[in-house]
Design a protein around this ligand. Structure first.
Ligand SMILES: [Fe+2]
Ligand SMILES: [Fe+2]
Length: 155
């Protein structure tokens, strides 16, 4: 069943919510590819999904550092652990192991859990940090430029 976006996943930081929604889209694309038994598509979605998650993590870590978030190091470690797990699945998949379904359920469970527990915790500090950075650097929108730095101009 496709994963649905729900209001309890909203952090209220628009740029972050958009990125989380995009990860949910990737998870659903992965499910479609698995259901369609299209192995090359599964492989392609896996690469894109991993790539997007890593950019999202780096972006979140950047916001946390800028905001002086107390648990930035712990949050980063959580991202790194997950990235390692993701990488292991990707390797197994590449080696011909049928792990796509397992990876799909791990991903959807992890994402919900991580947003609810870890991402929500940085919201007050990061929201304050964004306001401060935008206020300090009045020549243009600091946040927009930060997003472009991690995801490219079209993100
Ligand atoms: Fe996140
Ligand atoms: Fe996170």
């Amino acid at each position: 069943m496709a994963m649905a976006w729900a209001s309890y996943l909203e952090t209220g930081i628009e740029v972050i919510d958009n990125q989380h929604m995009r990860i949910v889209d990737y998870i659903n694309r992965l499910e479609e590819a698995i259901n369609g038994s299209d192995k090359s598509l599964v492989g392609l979605v896996l690469v894109e999904l991993e790539d997007y998650c890593l950019s999202h993590f780096a972006f979140e870590e950047h916001l946390q550092e800028q905001a002086g978030y107390k648990f930035a190091a712990e949050h980063k470690a959580t991202h790194e652990n997950f990235a390692k797990r993701l990488g292991k699945y990707r390797e197994k998949y590449k080696a011909g192991e049928d792990v796509a379904q397992q990876l799909h359920s791990m991903l959807s469970t992890w994402l919900v859990h991580h947003i609810k527990r870890d991402d929500m915790a940085y919201v007050p500090d990061v929201t304050g940090g964004i306001d401060r950075m935008n206020g300090d650097r009045q020549k243009g929108d600091w946040l927009t430029r930060s997003v472009a730095g991690f995801f490219g101009k079209d993100s």
